[in-house]
Design a protein around this ligand. Structure first.
Ligand SMILES: C[S@@+](CC[C@H](N)C(=O)[O-])C[C@H]1O[C@@H](n2cnc3c(N)ncnc32)[C@H](O)[C@@H]1O
Length: 262
């Protein structure tokens, strides 16, 4: 696979964000609870206990849709979002300034190396954004630096199956195509958990599996609407001749600070 760097990720989201908005919706997430972006964000807010939060950081915030939603629903929290795409900052800042409550800001930056203050954030979330990390060890060290001592990090993302032996040719091909879309090799859950534990987080994992969690909106956005290949599908050069689902699944990782770096 081609070695990718963060400039490629920036270029991808600068180019593709408008296709996401048009063909998927303003929440750029593949797996949704009960087919609903709002139900998904509510569920994730519950996991973060946002009612009790003060300083909240959204790393890989897309066009800031969850920030907009949370800023209205939880008016007392301060929200900071970071995205590597200047186009997303441009698209997301205006709605936040018009309809947010003045306490949510999107910044352009790389989540591996932010210049945000150490130990400031009591909640940090990454909704389908950690999978674009070109250096998960560095990202998790940055999470540790930013998260305050009673803080919680919530990661919702795609992970590679642990056992990849005896994959059929179709499964291999479908993984290949998926990784072309994601640009970065999909990480194994066990690798990410190990890195979080080494940084002193205590980790709980939840499966985001069907029938509650599904991807139909995402599939439709990437493939056919009313019998025609979407612009998103054309941009990603989607061909519909794959029959197998790739060896991946979606998980929710809740990581709590324990102050004990191993
Ligand atoms: C699939 S989108 C998810 C967006 C958002 N979390 C949502 O739920 O709508 C992935 C996001 O990760 C961001 N991202 C990827 N690599 C990044 C990096 N190195 N630093 C900051 N943001 C990054 C992209 O710019 C994009 O906003």
């Amino acid at each position: 696979m081609k070695v990718i760097n963060n400039t490629d990720i920036t270029k991808y989201f600068d180019e593709a964000s408008e296709f996401y908005m048009q063909d998927i919706g303003v929440v750029f997430q593949a797996v949704l609870l009960n087919h609903s972006p709002v139900a998904t964000l509510d569920y994730l807010a519950g996991k973060l206990n946002l009612e009790k939060a003060k300083e909240v950081l959204d790393l890989g915030c897309g066009i800031g849709s969850s920030m907009l939603y949370y800023s209205k629903r939880y008016p007392s929290i301060n929200l900071t979002g970071v995205t590597i795409s200047s186009k997303q900052v441009e698209i997301g800042s205006l709605p936040l300034s018009m309809w947010g409550n003045g306490k949510a800001t999107i910044l352009e930056g790389d989540y591996h190396y932010t210049n945000l203050p150490s130990k400031k954030y009591d909640r940090i979330y990454l909704f389908e954004s950690s999978c674009y990390s070109t250096d998960p060890t560095r990202l998790i060290a940055e999470l540790n630096r930013l998260c305050n001592n009673d803080g919680v990090v919530l990661i919702k993302d795609i992970f590679l199956d642990e056992n990849l032996e005896n994959l059929s040719a179709d499964k291999k091909e479908s993984l290949n195509r998926l990784q072309q879309i994601y640009k970065v090799p999909v990480a194994k859950l066990s690798d990410i958990i190990n890195k979080l534990e080494l940084e002193g987080f205590e980790v709980e994992v939840e499966n985001l599996d069907p029938p509650k969690w599904t991807m139909d909106k995402w599939f439709e956005g990437f493939t056919l609407k009313n019998g025609t290949l979407t612009d998103m599908g054309k941009y990603h050069n989607i061909q519909n001749n794959i029959t197998e689902f790739p060896p991946v699944s979606w998980r929710l990782i809740k990581a709590k600070k324990t102050n004990e770096k191993l």
